[in-house]
Design a protein. Structure first.
Lengths: 357, 611
């Protein structure tokens, strides 16, 4: 094989973000630190460019985009529709199909399943995933099974580059005409019994000694999408004690659709609704992973995680994503002065200044 | 404290509080200056006063007023006249229906504050710099004072003076010796209070500063972790409990644990132990432990009711019996001091590592300062409030016995129904008539007064004091009120907004955790024996002296106290969820009710609110 568009996630590092996108690069980085990320592979931007070139869609895209300008909702909608129609059913090249097939086969071997379910997600180029989320380039396809479906999902991710929001976003950046590109992440699915997000600090108070967690039953979309009020935990990083625990009624959960591709939303049985979905052991494992991720990236992280159904801890825990925390409260005012002058100020004595003898 | 809003207060005026039926004239038990007098109405009504239920949970017997006057003389002396704490002078007190209300005197003049800053920085700086040396001397002074009060003789009145009066220059007459002994007893008490407060302000100040620093830099840090980082490993105050655990183990090892049957009195346990050689040798070991560890008190020490463990061994025996049961069931009752020491260092290191460079340096400096002062903060209770005071009360009892022998009192305990100056008066008359051979009036004069006062105290005990009276302050700025009593602006607002009919009480989150359990309201020490495994203790204030029973309760709720009150510190050591400073838990909660204690959020909920 002379050209290769795909690399295993485990081989990627943060520096690969420009070619494979922030998401894939980040997952690779986490894997390199021994953090339990589900295995998978990543399609680089070159894969997308080859697709556009081989299918001859470049001209269609350029023509459609040239008519879209910032603020013109109607024109953007027309452009998006034109590109969608042209791209939606365009075939992937044989070479890319073959490479995807080979990687999917390897994943089947690694997971021990014939047609392992995977998540196929857009991986926007560059490290700033915040920007990508604004751009609406966050298309995700869950519970995708079989090579055909994987190929379709990869292409559907590319199509999402030209959603009206994405076009509009680039237009406001003054980059409407430039050729966009993206990476795609293909990763083994976790049949989550419980999933959620955690911050390696308390995002409300800014306390760096705490891990703040939200958790609910089933796949993480219920939490991320705000469809349930998750259980809320605040746990000390230092002693793993639960400092605050608020258990909520969790009415719905998402589980894989047994019929095939995708997920289904269902009511949580009464007896599990009000039950806390994390116990002391799970919390302890999560805290350890949170500390590992924080140490690896050297800053506070917002981590998506899942606990696989029917597996023992700690193996059951998987990290699905980690992003730097960008919205933290202002750090506490500098508690300046010597210890003694702070004690004296407790008694209402002003801190000593340098003018004093 | 800030300027009060005069017009309408959320709290009752001290001048409009009704006297409970049958308690008319209660004021005669107390000094003229101790009550809300009409002549200072204008000033007193516009001040904020809170009930000091932490130190004075029940109506004050007349003699016990000595333990109001002397401590407030001493705290005012150190705070106002020596250290000149810039914004705060001393603390005034008034008695209402037998209960003690206090109010700080603020310094408001900026020029005066600036003047005091000079004194304060100079003197506080000296104390911190020489702390360890000063505390070592302090302990020597206290031990000498305890030895003195223990040995102080209260002579009998002889029929005839002995020959020594003519033979020995130093020999004095009995009347003089008794007056001298009484006067010296009172002065020893004053001296103890002087010592008590010498280091207290700065000791607490250092700890509170570290606590506040942690809460600012690490807003969610549990108070217990702060306490763990500071707490001493080998603290005197925990020694009595440790010795009891050791004795429980010894009872099992020597096969005499069968004597500790639940519900038996100490006397019954002793009687069985006397029967065997092993039992007698266990008792001999107990005797050895008693000095000094049985100088713990059965309560927080500011009332004569609280005895030491020599006089009332209910607590140590109940505690030994509890440890015996735990050990028989295979529980480990040792305090794992190595582990505590390692954890203390680990917490300090890990928390420190989360801070930026400048804050980390301050964190470690403040921690060092807190650790330096902490032995005093924890141990002064043992030396002053327990060891000294229980002996001091016993010395007063000797004068009570003298007065009872001569018919001035029916019982030696009745002495506590007289004010300390009244006792001096009674002694004067006793000695006068004993010397002259005349007929004393005392035996007909004092007993009716004593009887009336006992009746008053009993009736006043049924009255529930409001947590605060007088003006509602805009803000609480007095460092002592905040540090020692946990009376903060928020707490006062909660008192002011308290919904009388609600089933929730709010207080300070003193130790984390959420439990539900059956409430056991304990106002006085006698009720301690009724506490059962798994009860939630509801009391005016948790005294460290009650610590041995903490191993059986599930949670603690108190009327008053901040996260920094002596008791809260010990509570956290036991890892019990605690809500302190609720204002009125003992009045609102009844024994037997199911309550939920949320020690992390400072909430107490009465789950079955019906009577």
């Amino acid at each position: 094989m002379t050209t290769s568009y795909i690399r295993p996630l485990a081989e990627l590092r943060r520096a690969d973000a420009d070619e494979f996108g922030g998401k894939s690069a980040n997952l690779g980085d986490l894997l390199s630190a021994g953090i339990p990320v589900p295995p998978g592979f990543a399609v680089g931007a070159a894969g997308y460019r080859a697709f556009v070139e081989e299918t001859g869609l470049g001209g269609t895209v350029a023509a459609a985009l040239s008519r879209a300008s910032a603020g013109d909702v109607r024109a953007i909608g027309t452009a998006a529709k034109a590109i969608d129609e042209a791209m939606r059913f365009a075939p992937l090249s044989d070479s890319l199909r073959a490479e995807l097939g080979r990687c999917y086969e390897e994943l089947a071997l690694a997971t021990g399943e014939e047609r392992p379910p995977v998540a196929v997600r857009s991986s926007a180029l560059g490290e700033d995933s915040q920007e990508a989320s604004h751009a609406g380039q966050q298309e995700s396809f869950l519970w995708v099974r079989g090579l055909e479906q994987v190929c379709d999902a990869v292409r559907d991710c590319w199509v999402s580059l030209f959603s009206p929001q994405a076009i509009s976003y680039r237009a406001t950046l003054g980059a409407a005409g430039t050729e966009p590109a993206m990476g795609v992440t293909i990763q083994a699915m976790v049949d989550a019994e419980v999933s959620g997000v955690m911050f390696t600090c308390n995002p409300v108070s800014g306390d760096p000694s705490m891990v703040a967690l939200n958790a609910s039953w089933g796949l993480g979309i219920a939490v991320v999408g705000g469809e349930v009020t998750p259980d809320d935990y605040l746990v000390s990083k230092i002693t793993r004690e639960v400092v605050r625990e608020t258990v909520s009624a969790k009415h719905v959960e998402y589980v894989p659709d047994e019929a095939g591709r995708g997920t289904v939303r269902r009511d949580v049985p009464q007896e599990r609704r009000d039950a806390p979905c994390l116990g002391a052991e799970a919390l302890a494992v999560l805290i350890d992973v949170a500390r590992l991720v924080e140490r690896h990236f050297g800053g506070h992280q917002d981590i998506e995680w899942a606990i696989a159904r029917g597996q023992p801890l700690p193996e059951a825990l998987r990290v699905l994503q980690a992003r730097p925390v960008t919205t933290l409260p202002d750090p506490p005012p500098k508690l300046s002065g010597t210890a003694l002058s702070l004690v004296l100020s407790t008694f209402g004595a002003p801190p000593q200044t340098s003018e004093q003898p | 404290m800030a300027a009060p809003t005069k017009t309408s207060s959320a709290f009752p005026s001290p001048y409009e509080i009704a006297t409970p039926p049958g308690c008319e004239g209660w004021q005669e038990m107390y000094p003229y200056y101790a009550v809300f007098d009409e002549s200072r109405r204008e000033a007193d009504e516009s001040r904020f006063w809170f009930w000091n239920s932490m130190h004075f949970p029940v109506p004050m017997p007349a003699f016990d007023v000595a333990c109001i006057d002397a401590p407030y003389q001493a705290v005012g002396e150190w705070q106002n006249r020596f250290f000149a704490v810039p914004p705060a002078m001393g603390i005034d007190y008034r008695i209402v229906n037998g209960y003690v209300y206090i109010s700080g005197n603020p310094v408001t003049d900026p020029a005066k504050i600036a003047e005091r800053v000079e004194y304060f920085q100079h003197r506080a700086g000296y104390y911190f710099e020489h702390w360890e040396e000063l505390y070592a001397k302090w302990k020597q002074k206290m031990e000498a004072l305890i030895a003195e009060i223990t040995a102080l003789p209260v002579p009998d009145l002889p029929e005839y003076e002995p020959d020594e009066l003519m033979l020995e220059d130093e020999w004095n007459t009995a009347f003089y010796e008794i007056l001298e002994a009484y006067s010296r007893t009172l002065r020893c008490g004053d001296l103890m209070w002087q010592h008590h407060f010498e280091l207290l302000l700065l000791g607490y100040g250092a700890y509170v500063t570290f606590h506040d620093f942690c809460k600012t830099a690490l807003p969610d840090i549990p108070d217990q972790h702060i306490a763990q980082m500071v707490a001493g490993i080998d603290v005197l105050l925990f020694k009595p409990s440790e010795e009891l655990r050791r004795l429980a183990k010894l009872a099992i090892d020597s096969g005499v644990d069968g004597a500790f049957v639940e519900g038996r009195s100490p006397r019954e346990i002793d009687a069985e132990l006397e029967q065997s050689a092993a039992g007698r040798s266990w008792l001999a070991e107990l005797e050895r432990v008693k000095d000094p560890w049985f100088n713990m008190a059965t309560g927080d020490g500011l009332y004569h009711y609280y005895r030491n463990w020599y006089d009332d061994p209910t607590i140590p025996y109940a505690s030994i019996a509890g440890h015996v049961r735990a050990l028989q069931e295979g529980e480990d009752v040792e305090r794992p001091s190595d582990e505590i020491a390692r954890e203390r260092e680990r917490l300090a290191e890990e928390y420190g590592a989360l801070l930026d460079h400048a804050n980390r340096k301050t964190f470690h400096e403040l921690l060092g300062l807190s650790r330096m002062v902490f032995p005093y903060v924890e141990e002064h209770k043992f030396f002053c409030d327990y060891w000294f005071l229980t002996r001091w009360w016993n010395k007063i009892r000797e004068f009570g016995a003298l007065l009872a022998t001569h018919g001035f009192l029916e019982d030696s305990e009745d002495i506590f129904q007289l004010g300390r100056h009244e006792v001096a008066t009674a002694l004067d008359e006793l000695l006068l008539t004993w010397a002259t051979g005349g007929t004393p009036l005392g035996p007909t004069y004092w007993p009716p007064i004593v009887a009336r006062r006992k009746e008053l105290l009993e009736k006043l005990a049924g009255w529930t004091p409001p947590p605060a009276i007088g003006a509602t302050p805009d803000a609480i700025t007095d460092p002592m009120s905040i540090m020692l009593w946990g009376v903060t602006t928020e707490r006062v607002q909660e008192w002011a907004n308290a919904d009388e009919g609600g089933s929730q009480l709010r207080g300070a989150a003193a130790a984390p955790g959420l439990v539900e359990g059956v409430a056991r309201v304990v106002i006085e020490i006698e009720e301690i024996a009724a506490v059962r495994d798994g009860d939630v203790l509801v009391c005016p204030i948790t005294s460290p002296a009650w610590a041995p029973i903490f191993s059986s309760v599930k949670a603690v709720v108190t009327d008053i106290g901040g996260v920094m009150s002596h008791a809260a510190i010990v509570c956290r050591e036991y890892g019990l969820p605690a809500v302190v400073g609720t204002g009125r838990a003992t009045a609102k909660i009844r024994t037997g009710q199911m309550i939920r204690v949320d020690g992390s959020n400072g909430l107490v909920t009465i789950l079955d609110a019906k009577e």
